[in-house]
Design a protein around this ligand. Sequence first.
Ligand SMILES: [Zn+2]
Ligand SMILES: [Zn+2]
Length: 125
Amino acid sequence: MSECLDHCLICGVSRAEVDAVRRRDHYTLGCGIESNTESGFDYDELSPRHRWSPWSDKDLARAGIKSEAFEKYRTADSMTLQYAACDDRVRGHVIVSEESAEFAGLRVGQCWDCGKQIEREASNE
Ligand SMILES: [Zn+2]
Ligand SMILES: [Zn+2]
């Protein structure tokens, strides 16, 4: 996949901005702190690198997205991906159980994530 985006999918900063700051102030804006520091710390492990290309199937699968919804999230930013609609995720809705409904202030059979009331009878369990 050679397509290149003009902004980072993780931090949302544009390539032009990152380049400008790198040239002017010699550091990397947003995520992806580079590891060529004199102190030798490898910040790459602590911070993700900029993501300039659309997510691969593997990335999307790792994020829990259903294969049918891959194209929908191909260039979604990381927050959107993290809060993808229940219907687009492999795990689907997360139904509130009787034990947790009371302290969570939710109704039994409601989804933790989207708040939708899921018919208990409709679940295949
Ligand atoms: Zn970034
Ligand atoms: Zn849901």
